[in-house]
Write a protein that binds this ligand. Structure first.
Ligand code: F1P
Length: 343
């Protein structure tokens, strides 16, 4: 059984409920608004009808990223001995956002010349392959696929988690607890960048200038971005993980159409989606010719000279802005809990 849904609540909207909503003239929102929070408290129709304006956990957690990255920079040297050494053959694993951060980490590590690094969604680990170390990422420490993988493998492992004593820590060889980066929102923002920040720091990136640059991303005008009707996020190398993470944020927080591709592969069909009123968003530098082709479609083209992880913060803000505009509380995505636990 999948516990993404609160038992018996929020999963199915009965005809009676629909009729009731129609009578109250709020049917416009029924497709996009979760009628129960992931914790099972029913949300009232009056909550459902209004555009969402309150400050959310996600707003605060996004805003805390410069401070959290500075903390990560401070603790990173003391954690270096727990993370893969130069030349080790590594598998990076996780689910959802934690999988996409594994993806980014693998690109960072390999391009820094620190050793081969494969990536797996927790459910897809190849137990026949030989690795020196597994790096597992799980904010909750309870995600079934990640817990089971660590329990099953005999490969030395290190887990990065937000919760001390969580099930992943019982099975991993070593645990790194980044509890100061844990979150209230179901949607991961600062957790994802804190973990990637730690792994980037371990591979030679100075996080402190990025924390300063992050202040700019937090203050930046979002312009027309929350008004477009679709996003395609692009990346190259390690930023492909960021593109996937930005698309996941947009989908889960705002129930909004978002896709992600390796930038050069975008030309192989998906670019047909680009048009006026939609946005193509590049993390990091992409091919100049491709940029011209995107602009020629009439799509809004978003790129930045900021560090791509800083640019992700802007994408997080856009996802939250979109959610609120659509009357959604981004802290509680439809059909998603803080942790996905399979029985
Ligand atoms: C990862 C995850 C997220 C998702 C939501 C629920 O869990 O599935 O990708 O956005 O936050 O959790 P974890 O293993 O990092 O706790």
């Amino acid at each position: 059984m999948i516990q993404r849904y609160p038992a018996g609540k929020g999963k199915v909207l009965s005809v009676n409920v629909l009729l009731h909503l129609k009578k109250r003239k709020i049917v416009q929102n029924f497709l996009t608004f979760p009628l129960s929070s992931p914790y099972g408290q029913p949300m009232t129709p009056s909550t459902a009808v209004a555009a969402f304006t309150a400050e959310t956990h996600a707003d605060r957690e996004i805003a805390s990223q410069p401070e959290v990255w500075r903390k990560v920079a401070a603790v990173a040297p003391s954690l270096a001995g727990l993370l893969p050494a130069h030349g080790e053959r590594v598998a990076a694993v996780g689910c959802g956002s934690s999988w996409f951060m594994s993806m980014a980490y693998a690109g960072v590590r390999e391009s820094a010349g620190h050793g081969e690094t494969d990536i797996y969604a927790g459910s897809e680990f190849n137990y026949d392959r030989k690795y020196d170390r597994i790096v597992a990422i799980s904010r909750s420490g309870t995600t079934t696929e990640t817990v089971e993988l660590l329990a099953k493998t005999k490969i030395p492992s290190v887990v990065i988690t937000g919760v001390a004593g969580s099930p992943v820590t019982e099975h991993a060889t070593e645990s790194i607890i980044l509890d100061f980066a844990d979150e209230e929102s179901v949607v991961q923002t600062r957790w994802a960048t804190a973990v990637l920040g730690l792994l980037r720091a371990h591979n030679g990136t100075d996080l402190l200038p990025l924390a300063d640059q992050c202040e700019l991303a937090l203050a930046a005008d979002l312009g027309e971005l929350p008004n477009v009707e679709q996003f395609s996020f692009l990346g190259r190398g390690w930023t492909i993980g960021l593109a996937n993470e930005a698309a996941l944020k947009t989908r889960e927080a705002a129930q909004f159409w978002a896709e992600a591709y390796p930038a050069m592969d975008y030309r192989h069909g998906p670019m047909s989606i680009a048009q006026k009123g939609r946005c193509t968003w590049a993390f990091g530098a992409i091919d100049k010719k491709l940029e011209e082709e995107i602009i020629a479609t009439g799509a809004l083209y978003e790129s930045s000279i900021w560090d791509p992880m800083v640019h992700l913060v802007k994408a997080q803000r856009v996802a939250i802005a979109l959610a609120k505009k659509r009357g959604l509380n981004p802290d509680y995505p439809r059909g998603l809990n803080r942790s996905v636990i399979l029985n």
